[in-house]
Design a protein around this ligand. Structure first.
Ligand code: FES
Length: 107
């Protein structure tokens, strides 16, 4: 029997948290509180929490999320403390304030 893995939204996720007992820290994403593994790769931790859209493209507004996980594609761009960064190149730390860069028509 296949087991469904649910993210913090309660929806099925593609990725599984490999260390569910690891210490957690509080992070916010667009005001939503998440408890992510301290020191984990930020992109992997967000994917494990069921977050797959990290930004929207400025031209079409299409959603984007991590692809390469090694700093090459820039599809994992996310706002960290007001600065756009590559999530796959960062670690989770307590109190991070994350925002999704707005897409087409965003201010
Ligand atoms: S996932 Fe490709 S640069 Fe981060």
């Amino acid at each position: 029997m296949m087991r469904r893995i649910l993210g913090c939204s309660g929806r099925p996720v593609l990725f599984r948290d490999l260390s569910p007992d690891a210490p957690r820290v509080r992070v916010t994403l667009d005001g939503q509180v998440l408890h992510l593994p301290a020191g984990a790769n930020l992109a992997a931790a967000l994917l494990g929490a069921g977050i797959t859209t990290f930004r929207m493209t400025p031209v079409s507004g299409a959603s984007r999320g991590p692809f390469c996980m090694m700093g090459a594609c820039f599809d994992c761009l996310i706002g960290v403390e007001g600065v756009t960064r590559q999530a796959c190149m960062m670690q989770v730390s307590d109190g991070m304030v994350l925002t999704r860069p707005l897409g087409k028509g965003g201010a």
